[in-house]
Design a protein around this ligand. Sequence first.
Ligand code: HEC
Ligand code: HEC
Length: 252
Amino acid sequence: MTHFTPRKRFVVALLAGAVATGGVQAEAFKKIAPPHLKEFEKALRLKPDIDNGRRLFRRICSTCHGPEGWGVPASGYPEIAGQLKDVIIKQLADFRAGNRDNPIMNAFVTPRVLTGPQDIADVAAYVSQLPMSPRNERGFALRIEEGKKLYQKLCADCHGDRGEGDPKRHAPRIQGQHYSYLMRQFNWIRNGYRRNANKKMQEQIQNITSSEQVAIMSYLSNLKPDHPVAPEGWHNPDITGYDRSWRPAKLR
Ligand code: HEC
Ligand code: HEC
């Protein structure tokens, strides 16, 4: 028979308490961060609050994706302005569910930062209506015609006639995206590093040569998007006091 001294009793009580509150916390976490599919589906159905979306964008996303959401190609930050709302929702939910790896981005989309489906819906709605960059990074102009033909044959059925994307398939808008980002994501999808990749796309692109890839991405990055494009020198009026000095000169 063990005798509990007051000190031991205190420790036991402390441990029991920790287990109990741990349980409560786990429950609370499930409520804010339901399994990925549910969160994704909820966010798609919610009515977005653009003002909250603007606040979240300003506080979190603009740090990396820039005040206009145009990204910084040399640093691997994609343009997110003008991306289809449903695609942004899906990508954010995928990052949160660990289906897409990015050590830089992951920390900023945890349930602490984006508290749930409503925040996701709000920020996605805000970002998707931003005008796109007039100066995205482009590939080789001489390869556009060849790229266009390959694109029509191998990609248009899902990404649309001109890379405008398809919300029903969650196929991203890829027209007017930065060339190096397109190249990298394509490689990652092809070699399975991007785990949320569309399996059918993965199969369909296995035999594309790297020269053909350069042509396709040159075509896409040189396309003028169907979404509104901002005039040269446009600055997002929603973001004031942003320090642009660290950004490459042509992106300030
Ligand atoms: C710390 C930097 C950082 C922050 C903050 C950040 N992102 Fe990102 N984001 C990235 C990087 C880097 C990538 C590219 C990931 C990759 O290469 O797989 C990315 C990718 C994305 C993508 C996928 C784009 C595509 O076409 O594949 C979306 C959508 C996105 N971010 C939205 C957001 C939103 C919305 C926020 C704010 C809530 C945000 N990001 C905050 C760095 C960041
Ligand atoms: C069967 C449909 C399908 C086909 C065919 C297809 N894609 Fe995709 N693609 C998708 C879907 C769906 C996604 C988004 C997957 C995800 O959530 O990661 C995607 C993602 C991408 C991305 C990442 C974009 C981003 O912003 O994250 C690139 C680049 C891309 N596709 C290029 C291509 C090119 C180039 C071709 C043709 C050679 C092609 N795809 C063919 C469905 C397809």
